[in-house]
Design a protein around this ligand. Sequence first.
Ligand code: NAG
Ligand code: NAG
Ligand code: NAG
Length: 382
Amino acid sequence: MNYTAALAILCFLFICTLKDAEGADKKLRFAKNGEFKILQVADMHFADGKTTSCLDVLPSQHRSCSDLNTTSFIQRMILAEKPHLIVFTGDNIFGFDSSDSAKSMDAAFAPAIASNIPWVAILGNHDQEGSLSREGVMKYIVTMKNTLSKLNPPQVHVIDGFGNYDLQVGGVHGSAFENKSVLNLYFLDSGDYSKVPFIPGYGWIKPSQQLWFQRTSQKLQKEYKRAPLPQKQSAPALAYFHIPLPEYASFDKSNFTGVKQEPISSASVNSGFFTTLVEAGDVKAAFTGHDHVNDFCGQLTGIHLCYAGGFGYHAYGKAGWSRRARVVVANLEKTDNGAWLDVKSIKTWKRLDDQHLTGIDAQVLWSKSFSGNRRKRDDGGS
Ligand SMILES: *[C@@H]1O[C@H](CO)[C@@H](O)[C@H](O)[C@H]1NC(C)=O
Ligand SMILES: *[C@@H]1O[C@H](CO)[C@@H](O)[C@H](O)[C@H]1NC(C)=O
Ligand SMILES: *[C@@H]1O[C@H](CO)[C@@H](O)[C@H](O)[C@H]1NC(C)=O
């Protein structure tokens, strides 16, 4: 081996070590106040910044409005909510109108990066329409600063799409649950458009991705129920992807919170992911974007199906109907002597991009005691 090759190998090893150390630091966990908060940003549709105009704003707002309004909305949301994780659920950039996909992503994610808050992104159906392919976009995202996004699970050799991964959120540092993942997050690539002849429309979550989800969920549930500190229930989990499942059409205004102002644009076929989620049992809520003027959450067989509502100004919307973002917060149970345990409840609300970032539609998505009580009631009634 010559000197240069030896040096290259040494450098490689050194960088790997640095990366490992960084990765360990970046592990997500609940804050000292027993809270973990996620900000969801759906459909930024970011293109070229200042020169990219806004769609569907009031005529009086048109002249002064650009992608920079999307940027300032993220900055304001981060300041107002101080989330522990920011999740960008696809159509982060609008490839058709972007002159350089990498530059558009640099600008779109800049406020998240500047905040030093960990962030992740998944793909929508528009991200690849510019100078980078879907693989290229996701490969670029994973190199960006402060992101916990991954290209795909390293242990899986064949999986459809780009940007399928999970994240574990540990209990409070120093608590009994500090080494347990008390909240699990799944991120999936719901594709762009059908590639199958005779099946029109949008993409869907494929069997290979569902198999990965099932195995990951089983593994996490097994770990949670194992010593030390074996648990009876599974830790709650949340799933994020771009395109809504066909089951989002199961609701009307009598049984959802929020609004439905356009049809549910799911795939034209049902690939069964909802059934897979119900069967796995740990996911309590799924969050998508894609339909910008739907922003509701409805519950079907124990799982909340939620939209975030459109965030970006270069995305279609509805003039006079504010752009918005969804916040999810999980809170831990506290003992009488002040020690933090596992997750007690998961709540959500939205904020509008108006003068006061008005909060709307607060609701409880899941709660440990409630799910227990409900099961008792169900038993009693049968
Ligand atoms: C966009 O930002 C400009 C500059 O801050 C502001 O004057 C304008 O009201 C914003 N437009 C909308 C629709 O929020
Ligand atoms: C968690 O793991 C660390 C490192 O292995 C250990 O020092 C600590 O005691 C563990 N905490 C609990 C509550 O088991
Ligand atoms: C919501 O209510 C409608 C009737 O208004 C009903 O058809 C539908 O099944 C309900 N959905 C769920 C999930 O309960």
